[in-house]
Ligand binder design. Structure first.
Ligand code: EPU
Length: 439
C-alpha cells in the first residue's frame, strides 16, 4: 500500500440533498461551557453535545485539572463533576491541541486566583494574539508573567473593572465574563462580542447564579461569592445549520432543520434569500427550498450580527456555481481564504486580492484531489464536491473532525454521495471510550 493510501480522505460525488435533520449543540458554545464548569464545585450536565475532536480535547483538559467526566454517546450528554478539580496548570501538549484552551484562564483565575497556561500561538487563520484577554485580566488586578511560551498569572483577588475592547473578540469577551462572575464588584465589558455562543454562555452562567446584564454592545457583571453546578442544553449549532442549508441550496434540493434558531443566522439567511432560495421559518423548523438558478451575492464577514467568518468558506462554495459575479471580503481573520486555491483546482474562477475574493460563477465544477486547511475550509470543499463532476477527494479530514460530529452521516441520510475513507475508528483513536469507562 502506498503512503498516500493511509491518509484519511472524504470522498464526495455529485448529489441531491433532500431531508430533515436535527442539529447538535454548537461546538464553540460547548468548548466554553466546559471551561465555565471550573467556576463550580459539583456535578453538572451539558446536553446536545457534539462529539468532535475539539470537544474531546477540552474534556481532556478539564480532566487534567481534576474533574471527572462521563460521556453518554447515545444521549450526547456530558456529565462533569468538578468536586475534586484542584489544579490550575494546563500542560503544554493540551494547550497546543486547541487555541480555545485559553478559555480556561478566566475561570481558573476566578476560582483559584492562579492560572498557568502555555501561549496558544498562531494558527492557519493568522497570528491570533491574546492581547485583549491579557490586558483585560491585568485591568482586573491579575499579574501575568511570561516565561518563554508559558504564562504564569495570579491575582490575590480579582477586581471588577471597566474593560473596553478595541474589537468585539468572542474569546476575550467569554474569558473576561468567566473571570468577572466571581470578581469583587462590577465589571463592564464595552464593545463586547454578542455572538449566540457568547449569549449561551451568559445563559449558562446565570443558571449558575451569576448576575449579568446584557445591553447592546455592553455586558455588565456583578460579581457573586460562589456559583452552582448546572444542567444546560447547548444552543443549536448555527454553523452546522449553515453547512446543511448550503448543501441543499447548492444541489437544488430542500432541507428542514427542526431545531435551528433562524434569528441567530439573519445575515446568512438574507444572503441565501438574495440568491433566490426560499427560506421558510415555521413551527416545523427552518426550511430551505433551493432555486434551480441561484444568483451570485457579495458579502463581507464581521462580528455578530454581521456575516459570520465561519460561514465564509461554505458560502463561497455556493458562489462558485451561482450565476454572475460576487465579491467576498474576509475582515475577521488575516488569513482565511486558503480554500480559494483548492476550489480553483475544482474549476472555480476566483481572483484573490489580499482578503478579497472575486468570483465568477461557472456552470460546473470538477472533482479533484484537494486539501482542507481548517474546519470551515473542509466544509466548503465537501459542499463544492456535492456539485462537481466526478470524485472529489479531500485530505485534511482532521479539520472536519475538529468541528463537526459525523456531519457526513447527516448529509448521507439526506442523499449525499459522501464517505470517509482510510480513517481509523475515531472514537477508539481518541481513546474516549476507554477514558470514560474508567469514570
Ligand atoms: N484578536 C486579537 N486579540 C485578541 C483576541 C482576538 O487581535 O486578544 C483578533 C483575532 O486575531 C481575530 C479577531 O480578533 O483576528 C477575532 O477573534 P475572536 O477573538 O473573536 O475569535 P476567537 O475567540 O479566537 C471564536 C471562534 C472561532 C470564530 C471566531 C469569530 C471559538 C472556540 N472559536 O474564535 O471559530 O471564527 O470566534 O467568530 O469560539 C471555528 O469554529 O472554525 C472558529 C475558528
Amino acid at each position: 500500500m502506498s503512503k498516500k493510501e493511509h491518509v484519511p480522505t472524504i470522498v464526495v460525488e455529485s448529489s441531491e440533498i433532500y431531508g430533515s435533520v436535527s442539529l447538535y449543540g454548537a461546538k464553540n458554545a460547548v468548548l466554553v461551557s466546559i471551561a465555565s464548569l471550573i467556576l463550580t464545585t459539583g456535578k453538572s450536565v451539558l446536553k446536545n453535545v457534539p462529539f468532535s475532536t475539539d470537544v474531546y480535547h477540552m474534556i481532556e483538559l478539564i480532566k487534567e485539572l481534576g474533574a471527572r467526566v462521563v460521556w453518554d454517546s447515545d444521549a450526547h450528554e456530558l456529565y462533569v463533576d468538578t468536586t475534586d478539580l484542584n489544579k490550575y496548570r494546563v500542560s503544554d501538549h493540551i494547550m497546543k491541541q486547541m487555541r480555545a484552551s485559553i478559555l480556561v484562564m478566566g475561570p481558573l483565575l476566578a476560582q483559584f486566583g492562579k492560572a498557568d497556561v502555555a501561549l496558544p500561538g498562531g494558527c492557519v487563520l493568522g497570528a491570533r494574539p491574546i492581547n485583549y484577554h491579557l490586558n483585560a485580566f491585568r485591568a482586573m488586578g491579575v499579574s501575568v508573567d511570561q516565561e518563554g511560551a508559558f504564562l504564569r498569572s495570579h491575582a490575590p483577588s480579582l477586581q471588577g473593572s471597566r474593560i473596553i475592547f478595541e474589537y468585539p473578540s468572542v474569546g476575550a469577551t467569554e474569558n473576561v465574563l468567566m473571570a468577572a462572575v466571581l470578581a469583587n464588584g462590577e465589571t463592564s465589558i464595552v464593545n463586547a462580542a454578542l455572538e449566540p455562543e457568547v449569549l449561551d454562555l451568559v445563559a449558562l452562567l446565570r443558571k449558575m447564579g451569576a448576575r449579568i446584564a446584557v445591553e447592546p454592545g455592553v455586558i455588565t457583571v456583578e460579581g457573586v461569592k460562589a456559583l452552582n453546578p448546572i444542567e444546560h442544553e447547548v444552543v443549536p449549532d448555527r454553523l452546522e445549520a449553515g453547512a446543511l442549508l448550503i448543501a441543499a441550496a447548492i444541489t437544488g434540493g430542500s432541507i428542514t432543520l427542526s431545531n435551528a434558531r433562524a434569528h441567530h443566522m439573519d445575515a446568512f439567511l438574507e444572503k441565501l434569500r438574495s440568491m433566490g432560495h426560499r427560506v421558510i421559518v415555521s413551527e416545523k423548523g427552518l426550511m430551505l427550498k433551493a432555486t434551480k438558478s441561484p444568483q451570485a451575492v457579495s458579502f463581507k464577514t464581521g462580528p455578530y450580527p454581521g456575516f459570520p467568518t465561519d460561514l465564509q468558506a461554505p458560502l463561497m462554495a455556493a458562489q462558485c456555481v451561482a450565476q454572475g459575479q460576487s465579491v467576498i471580503e474576509e475582515t475577521v481573520f488575516e488569513n482565511r481564504l486558503v480554500h480559494v486555491h483548492e476550489l480553483r483546482k475544482m474549476g472555480a474562477q476566483i481572483n484573490l486580492d489580499g482578503n478579497r475574493a472575486s468570483i465568477i460563477g461557472v456552470d460546473e465544477l470538477f472533482g479533484a484531489d484537494v486539501i482542507a486547511s481548517d474546519i470551515r475550509a473542509s466544509c466548503a470543499l465537501v459542499l463544492a464536491g456535492l456539485v462537481s463532476q466526478g470524485k472529489t477527494i479531500i485530505s485534511g479530514v482532521q479539520h472536519w473532525r475538529r468541528g463537526y460530529d459525523a456531519l457526513e452521516k447527516k448529509l448521507h441520510q439526506c442523499g449525499a454521495n459522501i464517505c470517509v475513507k482510510g480513517e481509523p475508528n475515531v472514537v477508539q483513536t481518541l481513546g474516549l471510550i476507554e477514558s470514560t469507562r474508567q469514570l
